[in-house]
Design a protein around this ligand. Structure first.
Ligand code: SAH
Length: 310
């Protein structure tokens, strides 16, 4: 800054800093233009974000925490635990950096990267306020989806705010027995409590719930699971997004055959449940949520020890 005195500039420099993200890695899909970023934060940590290109515009998936403490067994983001929350400005910086790098505005945003948004609740709310401000990014919250593993108390709080966003619930199992094995949060809020919160959320806000269901071979993809899921969701205005699970090396979970996935979808649809199978974008740069960060940090650590990265 050349329009202030040297003395003031020095004072400002001592007391404040201008944050900003750096692009540590960038992978671009040759198949569909999907871009996966590893953003470096000012304290040396890193998080991931993904730009997906659709006919209607670009959708950006951002991280809300460095690491995660929810411990879902199939997820790479949680393997090394939680490090810290992202600040509202760091989340905004993910948006600005992606827009600057692509030279294109984003038209929708999903909070589905690393972290549990409702475990960083105040910062996420502040971020959404800044994001939707006409003086800022001016993105309507109608174009925002927030995904949670199911922190029920916060779902009720969010409901009362009527923000207009889409609530996505990572359900991934039709009963406590399976969900309890794959998602530790189920010990605190079981399937019944979570689904009741979803019904209440719809009654209060009129916003249809979107359920995420990652199909894991031999764990939650049987015809009985589909029938049980359909019975739970019967009559609830909702949508189920079926995701062939992204294999994470450390976890050993596998996705079933396409045939199995279609069978699961058919059983739900026959029972009147709306479903989609998540379109796989960027399959040539495919890294499950949190894997790019994990690989990079492991390589950095082995280089520090003098080993060659594998
Ligand atoms: N913590 C939030 C958002 C981050 S994860 C949540 O749990 O919803 C975004 C989505 O990816 C969630 O539905 C999560 O369960 C899912 N996910 C994580 N690891 C996955 C994997 N290996 N394969 C498929 N989906 C996965």
């Amino acid at each position: 800054m050349t329009d202030i005195s040297a003395q003031l500039a020095e004072k400002l420099g001592q007391r404040f800093y201008i944050s900003g993200l750096t692009i540590r890695r960038k992978l671009v899909s040759k198949l569909d233009g999907t871009i996966k970023y590893l953003f470096g934060l000012s304290d040396g940590n890193s998080v991931e974000a993904v730009v997906m290109r659709y006919k209607y515009g670009n959708s950006l998936c951002i991280s809300t925490q460095v690491g995660c403490r929810m411990g879902c067994k199939f997820c790479a983001s949680t393997l090394a635990g939680w490090v810290r929350n992202l600040s509202p400005s760091e989340m905004l910086d993910e948006v600005y950096t992606a827009e600057e790098d692509t030279g294109e505005k984003i038209s929708s945003l999903v909070l589905m990267g690393i972290g549990e948004p409702l475990d960083n609740y105040d910062n996420v709310l502040h971020f959404l306020e800044l994001l939707s401000s006409p003086e800022g990014e001016n993105l309507s919250l109608r174009h925002v989806s927030l995904s949670t593993c199911g922190l029920v108390d916060r779902i009720y709080d969010l409901m009362k705010r009527r923000l207009g966003l889409t609530l996505s619930i990572s359900l991934h199992a039709p009963n406590d027995q399976i969900r309890g094995q794959t998602m530790p949060i189920n010990q605190k809020y079981n399937v019944e409590t979570l689904l009741k919160a979803c019904r209440d959320y719809f009654s209060y806000t009129g916003r249809r719930i979107s359920f995420e269901y990652a199909l894991i071979e031999g764990v939650n993809d049987s015809p009985q699971c589909a029938e049980e899921l359909a019975a739970h969701l019967k009559g609830m205005p909702c949508h189920v997004n079926l995701i062939p699970v992204n294999p994470v090396r450390e976890r050993g979970y596998r996705r079933g055959s396409r045939q199995n996935i279609f069978r699961f979808q058919k059983l739900l649809e026959q029972r009147g449940i709306n479903t989609t199978i998540r379109r796989e974008l960027g399959s040539d740069i495919n890294a499950a949520c949190g894997q790019l960060r994990r690989e990079t940090e492991q390589n950095d650590a082995s280089q520090k020890r003098g080993n060659l990265p594998c």
